[in-house]
Design a protein around this ligand. Structure first.
Ligand code: NAD
Ligand code: GLY
Length: 389
């Protein structure tokens, strides 16, 4: 499955734009989806800058959806920035955490919309990490069969992945992200300043999704990540800006070619088949999504090696970079006395599975990825090896 993904270097400047009133210069990455195309703005100080919001369609109402952690930190600033553009701006706070990405909390967004008299032009703003973004996007897709929404991601993971590309949804107790819709935002605003308050563990989780883009699409980027890991973990603004920008470029390119995951887009799930099993098997929220994906990428690399696609040095390299990001590389035992069976059971619920056959994203040494199934005993071998550490 060849990915036509443009290569750029860290010194490139793509389509810079400085929104009037912005504290810093913003980079702009465009996602090309015909009449549903939209910009991803990346920069410091974007939240408060009037220019960030100027070109959004005007409406009588807007609703900021956030959570109990991010709301107290950033909602008032966003509210003040949006106030000139909408007749009224409401605020709805969800409880914090993956465990709350469910039907009952989704329902509270519809309650808030109806109580505030929201109409078809009411714009939703998702202010927070991937959980808030996925839930708000899904609410926007469903309310009155679709209202506009804007992603304002405040975690590294959300800025490099979940806010881009229109996958929205919630978890089901039997499977991760099993209920949802493809629904694109009007705009994505990545204010890099918000990453300053992110807990270290969450920063590491976001780095997992940054690392992902290297093996699947750009080995030059993987080398840059390896060299820049200390700077990234110290939140060096230039390093973070480049990591967000290059990740968004790759994701925009993939989604622009295959919005609804009929083929190519599945490569973005590298590490996710194993990772989703870890998340669900450990109970949502116990392993962070990024932690599970980091470990899952090591497992997927092990599988790629057993399939003859990469050698042991490749696997070691991937393990090292995941570890350097502060992520776990030893897979958890999900069920004593039946661990492999439990992994297989959970992985069969994966959205990529077909007729009960699990399909994995595997990588080769030239920086490409593809979907492939593997014999159960080979997968069992990977699980055993990775759970041993
Ligand atoms: P999250 O949304 O739970 O956020 C992580 C934690 O950081 C939360 O406690 C949150 O309150 C806190 N937080 C957020 N911004 C903060 C800030 N600036 N300062 C301090 N604390 C802050 O988790 P996440 O890692 O952002 O997202 C994970 C979710 O995203 C998962 O549900 C996953 O399935 C989903 N996801 C979706 C896609 C997609 O394409 N839609 C892609 C990848 C992941
Ligand atoms: N995070 C995987 C995707 O957006 O397709």
């Amino acid at each position: 499955m060849p990915a036509e993904i443009s290569a750029t270097t860290p010194t490139d400047v793509i389509d810079p734009c400085a929104p009037p009133g912005s504290a810093g210069r913003a980079l702009r990455v465009d996602i090309d989806l015909g009449d549903r195309s939209y910009p991803i703005l990346i920069g410091a100080g974007l939240l408060d800058a009037a220019g960030t919001w100027n070109h959004l369609p005007r409406a009588a109402r807007a609703l900021i959806v956030t959570n109990s952690t991010v709301g107290p930190m950033y909602a008032q600033r966003l509210l003040a920035a949006l106030a000139p553009h909408y007749g009224s701006v409401g605020l709805h706070q969800l409880p914090d955490g993956e465990a709350h990405k469910d039907w009952s909390n989704l329902q509270t967004i519809f309650d808030a919309l109806l109580e505030q008299g929201a109409d078809r032009k009411t714009t939703l703003f998702a202010l927070g990490g991937g959980v808030v973004g996925d839930m708000t996007g899904f609410a926007a897709a469903c309310y009155m069969r679709g209202v506009p929404f804007v992603q304002v991601p405040t975690t590294l993971l959300a800025q490099v992945d979940s806010s881009v590309g229109g996958k929205t949804g919630i978890n089901h107790p039997l499977g991760k992200n099993m209920v949802g819709a493809f629904y694109q935002p009007l705009q994505v605003v990545c204010d890099l300043d918000t990453l300053r308050t992110l807990p270290e563990r969450e920063l590491s989780a976001g780095l997992a999704e940054v690392i992902k883009y290297g093996p699947i699409a750009d080995l030059q980027f993987l080398a840059w990540i390896e060299q820049s890991m200390a700077a990234l973990r110290q939140r060096d603004p230039a390093a973070l800006a480049y990591a967000v920008r290059r990740s968004c470029e790759i994701k925009a390119s993939v989604v622009g070619q295959d919005e609804r995951e009929s083929g190519l887009r599945a490569i973005l799930n590298f590490g996710h088949t194993f990772g989703h099993a870890i998340e669900a098997g450990m109970g949502y929220g116990n392993w962070l999504h990024g932690e599970a994906v980091g470990c899952g990428m090591v497992m997927a690399a092990e599988l790629s090696m057993r399939l003859g696609l990469v050698d042991v040095t490749y696997v070691q390299r991937l393990r090292r970079v995941v570890q350097a990001a502060g992520l776990p590389v030893q897979a958890p035992v999900l069920q004593a006395g039946g661990n492999v069976a439990r992994y297989l059971e959970l992985m069969r619920v994966d959205k990529k599975a077909e007729a009960g056959q699990i399909r994995f994203v595997v990588v080769d040494a030239s920086g490409h990825a593809r979907m492939q199934s593997a014999p159960d005993d080979m997968v069992a071998d990977v699980i055993d090896a990775c759970c041993r550490g």
